[in-house]
Ligand binder design. Structure first.
Ligand SMILES: C[S@@+](CC[C@H](N)C(=O)[O-])C[C@H]1O[C@@H](n2cnc3c(N)ncnc32)[C@H](O)[C@@H]1O
Length: 196
């Protein structure tokens, strides 16, 4: 079963458990809010899942749109956040959106990609940003690049240093890197970057 099939089967379960701002770590809420404050122009929440981050950015006054390839997520997001725009689509569709966004959030949405696909997806994300557009990436930090059995589908750990290199190669300049180990959770990292 692919990751997208697995999310399709469990979209409502995922949304009930993790599709709410009050289920998110406060540090992540603050990180995303603060990142959004530095964005000029429309924001794309790429791989938005149940759409809670898109809706939060929208509530803060940003022009935000969520996109996800799982129809059940798009339906849930539209139902739960009727004032926010959500589209069915995937990273591949960003080829049509050259230079369209002031900011792109990819919060744990690259974690299921086969590692060899990550460089080309980062290039697509880079291309969809305006010059000087901002990117924020959230992912599982790891001592080495390896896969593991995530609750929904196989996912990847990425050493943050390796992700920094991939981002730089895709044309980003790193603004900052955050790493955290919350009790009972997998190691977390987020990288904020700007399109060169
Ligand atoms: C762990 S969930 C994260 C969802 C949301 N960003 C969040 O923070 O709750 C992974 C998401 O990545 C999406 N995803 C997987 N492959 C994708 C692709 N090729 N293009 C866009 N999104 C994708 C999935 O549909 C799912 O919504």
């Amino acid at each position: 079963m692919t990751a997208l099939d697995a999310y399709s089967d469990r979209a409502q379960e995922y949304a009930s458990a993790l599709g709410r701002l009050d289920a998110m770590a406060l540090q992540d809420v603050r990180r995303i809010e603060s990142w959004g404050g530095g964005v000029d122009g429309p924001i794309l929440d790429a791989g938005c899942g149940p759409g809670h981050w898109t809706a939060h950015l929208s509530a803060l006054g940003h022009e935000a749109c969520g996109v996800d390839p799982v129809p059940a997520f798009v339906q849930i997001a539209r139902r739960e956040h009727p004032g926010t725009e959500y589209r069915l689509g995937s990273f591949a569709d960003l080829q049509e959106e050259h230079g369209a966004f002031g900011g792109i959030l990819a919060w744990y949405s690259l974690i299921h990609l086969p590692p060899e696909e990550v460089p080309s997806v980062l290039a697509l994300l880079h291309g969809a940003l305006r010059p000087t557009g901002r990117f924020l990436l959230g992912f599982f930090d790891g001592a080495r690049q390896e896969s593991f059995d995530h609750a929904v589908a196989t996912a990847q750990f990425w050493p943050a240093e390796q992700m920094v290199e991939l981002l730089e190669r895709a044309g980003f300049t790193i603004i900052d890197l955050e790493r955290r180990q919350d009790p009972g959770a997998r190691p977390h990292a987020s990288i904020s970057a700007v399109r060169r």
